[in-house]
Design a protein around this ligand. Structure first.
Ligand SMILES: CC(C)(COP(=O)(O)OP(=O)(O)OC[C@H]1O[C@@H](n2cnc3c(N)ncnc32)[C@H](O)[C@@H]1OP(=O)(O)O)[C@@H](O)C(=O)NCCC(=O)NCCS
Length: 154
């Protein structure tokens, strides 16, 4: 059993001109790239094996991060199935001058632990402790079941 805290990652990036569109807002693709990296680090810290990104769902862009703002990504493992881990990522953007913080985006990514033959292998279960961790675990389990049903249908 592993604790949720074992997989917690906090990552900061400065939004630079090359990361933005003509409105000065961060590009969605750049946000997705940062999310994938942050979430992958959580999956590595949980599994301590190579991992593959299997899916990304519920990616909601809530407010744009602007050029010159600091973005902060926080991720941790919400739920573990057999070989898969659901990682939740939250991104906030902070105005570098005023310190005002906005919730920019959130998403759930599924990673699969791979063995030396690049085949899925079992991961240790995550053991939620706090009320928030237990809520995220239960919600993660529902999404895991829903994803399986969706794949079986297609
Ligand atoms: C993800 C991958 C390793 C799964 O391998 P697979 O042989 O299809 O695996 P299985 O069907 O045995 O499933 C293994 C686990 O992956 C999960 N899984 C497979 N496809 C999934 C998907 N699309 N979304 C979420 N979970 C998925 C299964 O639920 C299972 O989890 P569990 O063991 O916790 O129940 C494989 O599909 C792959 O390599 N995909 C490409 C990954 C990649 O290149 N990512 C980079 C971005 S393109």
């Amino acid at each position: 059993m592993k604790k949720v805290a074992d997989s917690q990652v906090i990552m900061h990036e400065l939004v630079l001109p090359n990361d933005t569109n003509i409105l000065g807002n961060i590009l969605g693709g750049r946000v997705m790239h940062y999310m994938d990296i942050c979430a992958a680090m959580s999956a590595y810290k949980h599994a301590r094996t190579p991992v593959a990104t299997a899916s990304v769902d519920n990616l909601d862009f809530l407010a744009p991060a602007k050029m010159g703002e600091i973005i902060c990504l926080k991720s941790s493992v919400n739920y573990t199935g057999g070989s898969s881990m659901e990682v939740g990522v939250r991104i906030e953007s902070e105005n570098a001058i005023t310190g005002k913080i906005k919730h920019t985006a959130s998403a759930y990514l599924t990673f699969v632990s791979l063995d030396k033959n690049k085949e899925p292998q079992k991961v240790e279960s995550v053991k939620p402790k706090t009320d928030d961790e237990i809520r995220r675990f239960n919600e993660g389990e529902r999404r895991y079941i829903h994803r399986k049903k969706r794949r079986n249908k297609s």
